[in-house]
Write a protein that binds this ligand. Structure first.
Ligand SMILES: O=C(CO)[C@H](O)[C@H](O)COP(=O)(O)O
Length: 226
């Protein structure tokens, strides 16, 4: 297994210690969250029970495969904990998420949790956000105009495409914005929310309660002071 993958695996396992049997967990998406789910799966084999609200269809598949019971907001309104990866974490613990396209559900789930734990390898830690293109989920209707309004902010939005235009699990589009360093993430988040057609941005402001960082030979657990 490549080094970085090994680090992600250790971080996922480390995060699982914050989960107790019987808890309802917001389950993130991405290659680090995958390892959290595998670690929980090992405990399911020993008789522990977990309830998970998945942030993507893929997460739901992973969780089902290891025996985590899936639930949703029809049955719970508050989650004990949510654990998810991130694309960037800055010095104030603000995040860019959504590289995997699940940012809307990830934000709903994280905001519903008593504690939101972020799990990353050391390559995700930055002084200021912005080297990773900021994903923004937008409604397909009128997307050209929404894109123009975001371009006017200097964010250089590009419509995410695979073979065809990428569709989120919610049937929306993603704009990946390569606007360079984000000096004021909180202000930008507000500005984006005021644009009609923007569903959600990948800026997660003041949401992380804990950040678990995997390094070459250690793991650091950072508690965010509120
Ligand atoms: O926001 C996300 C998906 O929408 C992921 O959490 C983020 O992309 C990090 O993924 P990985 O753990 O694979 O590096």
């Amino acid at each position: 297994m490549a080094d970085l993958e090994m680090i992600k695996r250790k971080v996922g396992k480390e995060a699982s210690q914050f989960v107790e049997s019987g808890m309802t967990i917001g389950l993130g998406f991405g290659s680090t969250a995958y390892w959290l789910i595998q670690a929980l799966g090992e405990r399911v084999k020993n008789g522990e029970i977990f309830y998970g609200v998945p942030t993507s269809n893929q997460t739901a598949e992973w969780a089902k495969e290891v025996g985590i019971h899936l639930t949703d907001f029809a049955h719970v309104t508050t989650l004990d904990v949510a654990i998810d990866g991130a694309d960037e974490v800055d010095e104030n613990f603000q995040l860019i998420k959504g590289g995997g396209g699940a940012l809307l559900r990830e934000k709903i789930v994280a905001s519903a949790a008593k504690e939101f734990i972020v799990i990353v390898d050391y390559t995700k830690i930055v002084q200021k956000l912005g080297a990773f293109p900021l994903p923004i989920e937008i409604i397909p209707f009128g997307y050209e105009r929404t894109q123009k309004q975001i371009a006017d902010l200097g964010l250089h939005p590009a419509l995410r495409k695979e073979e065809e235009v990428y569709l989120t699990d919610n049937g929306n589009y993603i704009l990946d914005c390569d606007g360079g360093v984000i000096e004021n993430p909180s202000e930008l988040s507000h500005t984006l929310h005021n644009i009609p057609g923007v569903v959600e941005s990948g800026l997660f402001i003041d949401m992380a309660a804990k950040v678990i960082v995997g390094k070459e030979d250690s793991i650091e657990i950072l508690d965010v002071k509120k």
